[in-house]
Design a protein around this ligand. Structure first.
Ligand code: SAH
Length: 284
């Protein structure tokens, strides 16, 4: 049985009764789950999982585990954050071995910090298992490095929703724009017009490269390459829907050479030197 395959030899932590492990499942591709995540799935009595955690990963759960869906997708009715946190407290107090499984990394725009805080306030012991965040791993699957020596020495992660779920009114877009060589925007599709408008108003060039990656790392991943001025119309034309990561900056051009999934599918690189360095990549 798949579920009983041993993990590689290692001093694996034991998920004990009354504990909650708060774990990132990665951006989608089941192979991007960490081994600590798999170790947790094998042991948990109860798994409370989010919408972006796929069936392949849940299929690795202990056969007797109870699976509880706590999904939240923008605009749809969903379990309230406070209710989810208190449910975790109740399960732990009932002596369950609890796994809280979230998409990507639990501490990146995932409210993992709030859940862990509530658990600790209720004196529930926790372990945090990081995951690969969509804004890094998802872009890598599209052939976009979030940092590239010729492009950026910094990267800014931004959410398109603030606490109220509305467009991010609380951000200083001028400062973000001035200070960010590359922006990686989570939850940005719904308010893409507002976000792009803010960036253009802050002085970013209309022809700045933008990529949008939906369902990153999954078989139905879609990648749109566009520019700040065209991305909104291009998104509508391509009929792309969340979940999506938006990347703004010259790193997007690297996809012309690094679209490794395209290469595997037999395509040629479009441009071996998209940043026009005119020299081998490794030359100093
Ligand atoms: N904790 C998660 C982010 C949760 S917020 C992480 O670290 O990745 C949810 C947002 O994450 C989505 O709206 C989208 O912007 C992004 N996201 C998560 N999975 C994604 C995927 N497979 N493809 C594209 N975007 C994804």
């Amino acid at each position: 049985m798949e579920n009983t395959n041993p993990l590689p030899p290692y001093d694996w932590p034991v998920l004990q009764a009354g504990w909650v492990w708060l774990c990132g499942a990665g951006p989608g591709d089941a192979g991007l789950l960490t081994l600590h995540g798999l170790n947790a799935l094998r042991q948990a009595d109860v798994i409370v999982y989010d919408a972006l955690v796929g069936p392949d990963i849940l299929g690795w759960a202990n056969d007797n585990a109870e699976l509880i869906y706590a999904g939240k997708r923008g605009g749809k009715p969903s379990a309230k954050q406070r209710d989810i946190s208190l449910q975790l407290v109740d399960l732990a107090k009932a002596g369950k071995r609890v796994l809280r499984l979230k998409g990507g990394d639990p501490f990146v725009f995932g409210r993992g910090g709030e859940e862990a805080q509530t658990l600790i306030q209720h004196e529930i012991p926790v372990r945090i298992v990081p995951g690969i965040s969509a804004g890094i791993g998802g872009l890598a699957y599209a052939g976009i490095p979030v940092t590239h020596r010729d492009v950026n020495q910094s990267v800014t992660f931004v959410t398109g929703h603030d606490q109220s779920g509305e467009a991010t009114g609380s951000l200083n877009w001028q400062a973000i724009s001035d200070g960010s060589q590359v922006l990686v925007i989570y939850m940005g599709i719904k308010h893409v017009n507002r976000i792009i408008g803010e960036l253009l108003a802050a002085g970013r060039p209309v022809d700045e490269p933008v990529a949008v990656v939906t369902n990153a790392t999954l078989p139905h991943q879609q990648v749109l390459e566009s520019t700040l001025e065209n991305v909104e119309a291009d998104l509508i034309a391509a009929n792309m829907a969340p979940p999506a990561i938006i990347c703004v900056g010259k790193s997007v051009l690297m996809r012309q050479v690094l679209d490794w999934q395209g290469l595997i599918a037999g395509q040629e690189p479009r441009n071996l030197d998209p940043l026009n360095r005119g020299r081998p990549a490794e030359a100093v």
